[in-house]
Write a protein that binds this ligand. Structure first.
Ligand code: ADP
Ligand code: MG
Length: 252
C-alpha cells in the first residue's frame, strides 16, 4: 500500500461481516472497503444486496463482524449516532407519509441525521436543487409522479452532503428519461462514496467507477468497471461485453 492510499480515509469498511436469518447465512463478507466515487452493487435477487446496504447504513447490526464508517467504529450507541451523520440511505422500495410536503420530508431526513437545525433549510434547498425538484418544494408528496418521488427519496439521502450515500434500487420503475435524469443526479454527488444497487446493466455501464458483485451473500468481484468488462470472453452472445462479463463473474 502506498502512503497516499493509507492517508485516504475509507467511507466505509466491513471486516468479517456476516448476517444470518434464522440459521441461514445471507451475507458473508471477509472485507470490503468503499472509497469516494460511484460503486455499483449488483447480483441476482436474494444475493444479499439489501442486507449489505442496511448493515452499511447502520440500520441493521450484523450477526458478526465490524463496520467502520468514515473512520468511526460502529461499536457503541454514540459511535453509531456519529456515523449516521455521514450516511445517507435510501432503502429499497422506501415508503413515506404522502401527506408530507416535499421540503418537509427532506428537512425531516436532515434532522434525523443530526444536522444542526440552523443548517437544515439551506441543506434542504441544496438537496432539492440537485434533484431538480426545487419548484416542487411546497407540493405534497402524493401529488408527485413515481419518478419525482424517487428523486425526493434521493434528496433525503443526499441532504447535508453525507460522505457515504447508499441507494438501494433507486431506478426501479423509472422510465428512460427519468433514468437519465437520475444518472445526472448521481454524477453530481460523486464527491461522496456512492453505493448504488441495481439490476440494470445499463445503469452500471453509465454510472459506475467500480463494481461489487454479490452472489449467495459473498463478494464475487470487486474492482473497476473496466476490469469487469475484461472478463467478457472474446466471443459471446450476450447483449454487451459488460453483460457477458457479469455472466462469467456470477456463473460459479
Ligand atoms: P437482494 O437485495 O440482493 O435481493 P436481500 O438482502 O434482500 O437480497 O436478501 C438476501 C437473502 O436474505 C434472501 O434469501 C432473502 O430471502 C433473505 N432475507 C432478507 N431479509 C430477510 C429477513 N428480514 N428475514 C429473513 N430472511 C431475509
Ligand atoms: Mg434488495
Amino acid at each position: 500500500m502506498t502512503i497516499q492510499q493509507r492517508t485516504v480515509k475509507a467511507a466505509a469498511e466491513l471486516d468479517g461481516v456476516t448476517q444470518k436469518y434464522r440459521n441461514r447465512t445471507a451475507l458473508n463478507i471477509d472485507s470490503l472497503t468503499l472509497l469516494k466515487g460511484i460503486t455499483a452493487l449488483v447480483g441476482p435477487n436474494g444475493a444479499g444486496k439489501s442486507t449489505l446496504m442496511s448493515i452499511l447504513s447502520t440500520a441493521r447490526r450484523p450477526t458478526s463482524g465490524h463496520v467502520t464508517i468514515d473512520g468511526i467504529p460502529t461499536t457503541t450507541r454514540s459511535h453509531i449516532v456519529d456515523a449516521r451523520r455521514v450516511i445517507g440511505y435510501l432503502p429499497q422500495g422506501f415508503s413515506v407519509d404522502t401527506s408530507f410536503r416535499v421540503a418537509d420530508l427532506v428537512a425531516y431526513a436532515a434532522w434525523l441525521r443530526g444536522i444542526p437545525g440552523e443548517e437544515i433549510p439551506d441543506a434542504t434547498k441544496k438537496a432539492l436543487e440537485k434533484v431538480d425538484l426545487i419548484d416542487r418544494s411546497r407540493d405534497r408528496i402524493k401529488k408527485l409522479s413515481g419518478g419525482m418521488l424517487q428523486r425526493v427519496g434521493i434528496a433525503t439521502a443526499i441532504v447535508g452532503e453525507p460522505r457515504l450515500v447508499i441507494l438501494d434500487e433507486p431506478t426501479v420503475g423509472l422510465d428512460p428519461r427519468q433514468r437519465a435524469l437520475f444518472r445526472e443526479v448521481i454524477r453530481g454527488i460523486s464527491n461522496a462514496a456512492v453505493l448504488v444497487s441495481t439490476h440494470l446493466i445499463d445503469d452500471v455501464d453509465a454510472l459506475a467507477d467500480r463494481v461489487v458483485l454479490l452472489e449467495d451473500g459473498e463478494v464475487r468481484f470487486n474492482d473497476t468497471l473496466e476490469t469487469l468488462k475484461e472478463l467478457a470472453p472474446a466471443q459471446h452472445s450476450a447483449h454487451s461485453d459488460l453483460e457477458a462479463a457479469y455472466l462469467v463473474a456470477t456463473s460459479q
